[in-house]
Design a binder for this molecule. Sequence first.
Ligand SMILES: O=C(O)CCC(=O)C(=O)O
Ligand SMILES: [Fe+2]
Length: 507
Amino acid sequence: MLKNKYIKFLAFLGVIITCGIGLGKAIQKKSYAASSFELLKLLEVEDELIENLNAYVKELKRKFNLLDKSLLTMKAEQNQMKDDYETYLGNPLNSFRLIHRLHTDWRKWHHYASKANRGELKNIEKAHQMRKRLPTALDLEQACRGIDDLMSCYDLKPGELAAGNLSGYSIPETALSAQDCFAMGEFCLRDRKEDHAEDWFNVTLANFNEDKLLYKVNRFSRFSVHNTWAALLIKNQKISGASYRYGKLPKESENNQLYQWINEEILTKRNCRAIFRQPSRLHCRYNSSTTPFTRIAPLKMEELSTDPYMVIYHDVIYDSEIYWLLNTSKLTLSLVDTGTMSEFRASKDSNILLPQGKVVRTLEERVTDMTGLSMEMSEEFSLINYGLGGHYVLHTDYHNHFNQTRWVRGDRLATVLFYLGDVDSGGATIFPMINVSVTPKKGSAVFWHNLHNSGDMNIKTMHSGCPVIVGSKYVLTKWINELPQMFVTPCIRKNYFPTKNVINNDN
Ligand SMILES: O=C(O)CCC(=O)C(=O)O
Ligand SMILES: [Fe+2]
């Protein structure tokens, strides 16, 4: 009876969805949402799935019964032993059986309990096969769109639909679950109907049924809703609303890390768009004092910041060197073949060894002239090419105090970033905590210290490569390690030596 009603409802829904999609949206062939005929097939699929799950549960029950019965026998034997264990163990047959069952039987029980038997596997395999007949993400998308079209056409509200009320046509059995409402919310988010999404999230929370068992199966909780909702608010820069949602999340959860991450994203966006005025006490000058070579060939230097120490060098790399870097055949290949796209760094990057030779050696000497630092144990040059929207998320170049590699070559004391080309628009390197934004300019290089003089990490060096708007961006990075500099920039780190009589030269 109920099933008949259900079929009628689905047919009704199918017609509505078909109409909705017909209003300008492309119909996907054989889409479940596109016709009531296809929807009927889904009922068969559901019948088969339930039958399959039922058979699987029967198998599990059989296993459970066997284990339960064996447990009773084991307990009986154990009780007999506990009554008088001396008599029990005095009998050599009992001692033999005790050793035997604990040596052999327990392994078998463990094996039996932990492995799926043939009957279980058969049902699991069947369920796996049936996945091909289940609705796809596209089907779900179309179903959501159908409901959404219906809502805008008849001015329906999420609360009414959630209660199974379709414009006066009310069927309580068809009420939507919290998870259904959440799926609608997520759809509206994807479809950029953010107000609708918030309405659906509200209804989701109102309809939430705290079923721990269900949570175990489908991992859906109130937190999922607060988290997605908060991410939406953060995206729209509604920070206080987002903080309220995040306040609902468990402390120390991964989600709070997400919050931090999204906050950093906002920081990055704000800074990528901003243009900063440099403080006037900083100067441009020729640097002729770092190494003897700079006395005869001074470098054009512009100060950007004193904490962290940061300068730009202009015209510090020759066109011929840039040409070599970008056209070495090995490098060109790697830019194409080992290109990586990640959320972290959308770039084709090559950490491959540049062919060692004159250019690389000369560039390393140049870095020493610019920084006064030794290139011993420094990392290989890293060449990065950013394409469409290419960016590097907010990060610091240092590792951290506790990283094992720090004890081999030390942490990354300083970074030198060469710009190998101009970028038509976007692509600045930004340091949001000190309001510094460096526009890529062919031939220039920015140099900064990642660590304080004490060796502590300087959080103000946090930086990011903003997305490229027009053009492409090539940078060459050199991370300079700390340990080989001990005689160049001698300083004694706070707590570096564990003994009491430390000369603390920290400044
Ligand atoms: O491309 C940029 O502007 C930043 C690159 C960077 O931060 C790095 O290589 O560590
Ligand atoms: Fe970096």
